[in-house]
Write a protein that binds this ligand. Structure first.
Ligand SMILES: Nc1ncnc2c1ncn2[C@@H]1O[C@H](COP(=O)(O)OP(=O)(O)OP(=O)(O)O)[C@@H](O)[C@H]1O
Ligand SMILES: [Mg+2]
Length: 354
């Protein structure tokens, strides 16, 4: 449903263009579709350790194209079918409850509904949706309010879609899918489809909070706070330069008392949002419990973060492992372990083959 373009090939490249760099994964789906092999992967950073605002200002489309070409070369990636992720802050995502309609009337009803939720003209966006309380078959007797339906609505500005088309073209790639990053994230990090959990994905400048149940997205929120903000706090509070602050953050994290004292209040804001997302989900689904928290994104590797989440939320917290779904050669296995969870989005993109 979220695929904006068609196509079905066995080899796929997933491309996640983040603020810190480009992450690319090439996967091959077995003919039976039972196994997915890791062919290649690569991560190339933009000019390392440039302060966040400086970096955002400087990264042009041309630079992205250059760096993407370099990343594909480094990863020895020959496959042309590529899917890209769209940052959550570049899209509109909402869960709406609307009058239940017949499937043939859905498109029209959704378009009318979307006008209420999307703050720009529908002409300027590409719309996507998913009915999230659709029962198996035609039986709707187990749905609480049979006159209403819950729909996940998504809109991506056309100019963003065009930008990715241009980047793909300039790199000689065939654009397969464009997906808002919530979807590849939940695809690569859902191991157990029976569980209800919250993915906390903390990247450079943004944090995605996703409630997942039965393998589907049930709640989403993003916060304009990321790992780079933690680095900036060290720069300002301890009066060190950006490189040193980044090093201190990555090497010591919460194991350093001064760093821990500075980070706790900031990450407390993320934890408060997680609590809010959980209580909102539970108010609508009183019979459901949250089983665990899954951390993802570069900041998930911050030393001591798992313990902080476990203690403040009183829920089991783990760092997500998107590589678990892949069949990987012994030689590359070790390197992959060190890459951790940074590739969650690019893996999720290339896992989609429908
Ligand atoms: N070991 C580590 N400890 C703490 N932070 C880390 C570690 N490794 C990476 N980071 C931080 O993770 C962030 C980069 O994460 P990621 O690659 O997920 O971001 P991105 O996708 O480039 O950003 P965005 O999606 O926000 O544009 C940076 O802020 C970086 O400092
Ligand atoms: Mg990212």
């Amino acid at each position: 449903m979220w695929s904006l373009f068609g196509g079905d090939k066995n080899k796929l490249v997933g491309i996640d263009i983040g603020t810190s760099g480009i992450k690319v994964v090439e996967l091959e789906h077995s003919p039976s579709l039972r196994e997915v092999y890791l062919k290649n992967y690569a991560l190339v950073g933009f000019k390392e350790n440039l302060p966040q605002k400086e970096r955002e200002r400087r990264i042009t489309k041309e630079e992205i194209v250059e760096l993407l070409k370099a990343t594909l070369t480094q990863g020895k990636i020959k496959t042309k079918n590529a899917s890209f992720s769209i940052p959550s802050f570049s899209s509109f995502l909402s869960f709406v409850t609307m009058p239940r309609v017949r499937p043939e009337d859905l498109k029209k009803a959704i378009t009318i509904e979307a006008q209420k939720f999307i703050p720009v003209s529908l002409e300027e966006v590409v719309l996507g949706w998913e009915v999230i309380d659709e029962p198996e078959g035609k039986d709707i007797s187990n749905i609480r309010d049979q006159n209403k339906m819950k729909v996940l609505l998504l809109a991506v500005p056309r100019d963003i879609v065009n930008r990715y088309k241009e980047i793909a073209n300039a790199c000689g790639l065939k654009l397969q899918n464009l997906e808002v990053e919530a979807f590849p994230l939940l695809r690569s990090l859902t191991q157990n489809y029976q569980k209800t959990f919250v993915i906390v994905d903390i990247d450079s400048r943004v944090c995605n909070l996703l409630v997942v149940s039965g393998g589907s997205l049930r709640g989403a929120r993003n916060i304009g706070l990321g790992g780079d903000d933690l680095t900036e706090i060290l720069v300002r509070s301890i009066n060190i330069d950006y490189d040193r602050a980044e090093e201190l953050k990555k090497e010591e994290g919460f194991h350093n008392k001064q760093v821990a004292e500075l980070f706790v209040p900031v990450l407390g804001n993320v934890i408060d949002e997680v609590k809010r997302v959980i209580s909102m989900y539970k108010s609508k689904n009183p019979n459901k419990e949250i089983d665990e928290i899954i951390l993802s994104g570069g900041t998930a590797d911050l030393k001591g973060l798992v313990d902080l989440f476990t203690s403040k939320l009183n829920l089991p917290t783990v760092v997500g492992d998107p590589w678990k779904k892949l069949t990987i050669d012994e030689q590359v296995k070790k390197a992959v372990v060190e890459r951790g969870t940074t590739f969650s989005i690019s893996i999720g993109l290339a896992l989609k083959n429908e």
